[in-house]
Design a binder for this molecule. Structure first.
Ligand code: FMN
Length: 330
């Protein structure tokens, strides 16, 4: 029994020293980084949405100014961008509405989680390029742009626009947002169309599915993609079919993040690794402690993303980030 290591304690700073711990040994052996074709090394990122469209939502700024939260240290995945602006449900200028209307924390009797029905609020990719991309260059941020094309034509055009952005590290194609309209095209066609116009490393973000059919998408696309991100939020009704969503009073249901989806994120990762597919995998979903992060690497994740932990506990998230990178990059 290992009593003092991070694994037993769920990630306690300074206790990463248990010599007997098999998991600690396994962690040393794990490949804890994805080397993208442009040379960028991707190991620890924020999940799409966690830092808004770039380096933090405006209400997170004081934490960024004081250096408590440092987006510049992370591989930042932007919130999803579409070709045309979408108003969605997020009232960006009034964060209290954000909580009341489309993002809420809840407790299901076992775990605390977050349910959101932001519904794709975004200014569009062209506006992001005009208003946010200059900051990527000015601040030297490491950014992966997350996009949702709805048609093959949109995917081609987005590929062209993204190709010109020489200072981004990659593109993540969101094939799995639980609260947006389904793309009208085959995922393979979207991936191929985007990649045919864009030299940047491309990844796809998938959701949880009971039968892991999504691995078929990875197989189809493996010649075009450099990473697969597992998993997005899980639909409320998939997790709690008999309980109304906390967002029901606003006519919304939403997708769940955080601890309630941890076991599903682990199951997806295990199924993916068991499938024998070789595309590097970024594990996401319910990573809220160092121990959980290390466990994902030991399970075969090559990189990880942290989502709502940044929103709910920004100070803890940055501390966790610092400690994890000091362990995995040594
Ligand atoms: C408020 C909010 C907004 C999100 N927006 C996006 C998004 O725009 N695109 C996307 O792919 N995922 C989005 N996500 C999902 C996260 O990127 C992540 O996949 C999910 O929250 C699971 O990780 P976590 O449990 O660490 O939060 C969002 C999540 C939240 C809570």
């Amino acid at each position: 029994m290992h009593h003092s290591c991070w694994y037993d304690k769920g990630g306690v700073n300074g206790n990463y020293s248990c010599e007997e711990c098999q998991l600690e040994k396994d962690l040393k052996k794990a490949t804890k980084m994805i080397k993208l074709s442009n040379g960028y090394c991707y190991d620890m990122g924020c999940a799409a949405g966690a830092f808004g469209f770039l380096n933090g939502w405006w209400w997170e700024r004081p934490l960024c100014w004081t250096g408590i939260l440092r987006p510049q240290d992370w591989t930042i995945t932007t919130k999803s961008l579409t070709m045309s602006p979408i108003k969605g449900n997020l009232k960006i200028w009034w964060p209290f509405n954000l909580y009341r209307n489309c993002v809420q924390t809840f407790h299901d009797g076992v775990n605390s989680g977050t349910v959101n029905a932001v519904g794709m609020t975004n200014p569009s990719l062209p506006v992001w390029i005009r208003d946010y991309y200059p900051k990527v260059q000015k601040l030297g941020l490491n950014v992966i742009v997350n996009v949702i094309p709805y048609t093959v034509e949109e995917a081609e055009f987005m590929g062209m626009l993204l190709d010109d952005l020489k200072d981004i590290k990659g593109v993540e194609l969101n094939l799995s947002c639980p609260s947006c309209k389904k793309t009208e095209s085959d995922p393979y066609d979207l991936v191929k169309a985007l990649k045919s116009n864009c030299k940047h490393p491309l990844g796809i973000k998938l959701g949880y599915s009971d039968d892991f059919n999504d691995n078929v998408i990875v197989k189809d696309c493996e010649n075009y993609i450099e990473f697969v991100t597992l998993i997005n939020c899980v639909k409320w009704e998939q997790l709690y079919p008999n309980t109304p969503s906390p967002l029901a009073p606003y006519g919304l249901t939403g997708g769940v993040s955080g601890a309630p989806i941890r076991s599903l994120a682990r199951a997806s990762l295990a199924a993916y690794k068991a499938s024998g597919l070789k595309v590097p995998v970024v594990s996401c979903g319910g990573i809220e402690s160092e121990g959980e992060a290390y466990s994902r690497f030991v399970m075969g994740a090559n990189a990880i993303q942290i989502g709502v932990k940044i929103k709910n506990d920004p100070i803890g998230a940055q501390k966790m980030f610092d400690s994890i990178v000091s362990n995995i990059r040594k």
